[in-house]
Design a protein around this ligand. Structure first.
Ligand SMILES: [Zn+2]
Length: 67
């Protein structure tokens, strides 16, 4: 994943990310299942995700809003 002007970009389509699939192992992110599938199969993702205990998960990078 690249950091440009404080924004995460999808590692596949380079779209700025507010939320998406994040991989702690190599700090990459993907905006959608379709983009993720360029890197690995959904089954491989699920194996890394490990039911929420693994190194990949859906997350949000949107700026913290005062609420
Ligand atoms: Zn994407």
């Amino acid at each position: 994943m690249e950091m440009k002007s404080g924004k995460w970009l999808c590692s596949s389509c380079k779209k700025p990310l507010e939320e998406g699939y994040y991989f702690e192992t190599d700090a990459t992110g993907y905006c959608s299942k379709a983009c993720l599938s360029h890197k690995m199969s959904w089954d491989e993702y699920l194996a890394i995700h490990d039911d929420g205990n693994g190194d990949a998960y859906w997350t949000s990078w949107s700026r913290s809003k005062t609420s």
